[in-house]
Design a protein around this ligand. Structure first.
Ligand code: DC
Length: 212
């Protein structure tokens, strides 16, 4: 049997990594896990129970998480994203979600995972690693359009402030901060449309997989 192909895609909020991960997974016929959804589900549970500040409750919520019940659509909102970023800074929450992510990556043919620490912590041996980024301003415009399309009322300035706060929290935390893995290839999508970004990402991955 061919060796499994694990592809790790990391980057900050609204960098385009989710869309790229989905397209790469399609191109290689691999299952895809958006790991941000796990933290969003834990954040949403804690918000619903009014226990966002309670670390032990968030760890318990992470331990109870069931991949098969995740509803991506209901987890996309800005409030859920901010709550996700709060619980994601807690080492106990991250530890509780580790096995689930590693099991997903260990499927026989391989998998594509996207998040913040896939190339550094979850799948350090991934065959190909991409670090997708874009300027905070460009990411804010993208997120603003996405939220507007969902009818979520937030100004562009609010979205930009939110993105910057999330960047600071995700990069500044001590538990698995957002950093580019040494062997990840940087893809800056600031000036790329989605088709051009997909082409660039696929070219990087082809060359990485070919170089194995
Ligand atoms: O990618 P996203 O916006 O759905 O992620 C939501 C939050 O979850 C983000 O602020 C940081 C956190 N996260 C993380 O810490 N590690 C991951 N692998 C994925 C997401």
């Amino acid at each position: 049997m061919a060796a499994p192909i694990v592809i790790a895609i990391d980057g900050p909020a609204a960098s385009g990594k989710g869309t790229l991960a989905r397209r790469i997974a399609e191109a290689y016929g691999l299952p895809h896990l958006d790991t941000g959804l796990l933290y969003r589900a834990v954040g949403a549970r804690c918000l619903a129970d009014g226990v966002l500040e309670n670390e032990a409750a968030s760890i318990a919520a992470a331990r109870m998480l069931d991949l098969s019940t995740l509803d991506a659509d209901s987890l996309r909102g800005a409030e859920t994203g901010a709550a996700a970023s709060v619980v994601a800074a807690r080492p106990g929450v991250r530890a509780a979600l580790l096995d689930l992510q590693r099991s997903f990556a260990a499927q026989p043919g391989g998998a594509v995972l996207d998040g913040r620490d896939i190339g550094t912590v979850i799948c350090p041996d991934a065959a190909a690693k991409l670090f997708v980024t874009a300027s905070a301003e460009e990411r804010a415009v993208r997120r603003f359009r996405e939220l507007s399309a969902r009818g979520a009322p937030q100004s562009l300035a609010e979205v930009l402030a939110d993105i910057k706060a999330r960047d600071a929290r995700d990069s500044g935390r001590s538990a698995a901060p957002l950093v580019q893995a040494e062997d990840a290839v940087l893809l800056d999508t600031t000036d790329l449309g989605i088709e051009a970004a997909t082409e660039a990402a696929l070219a990087i991955i082809r060359s990485r997989l070919g170089a194995r």
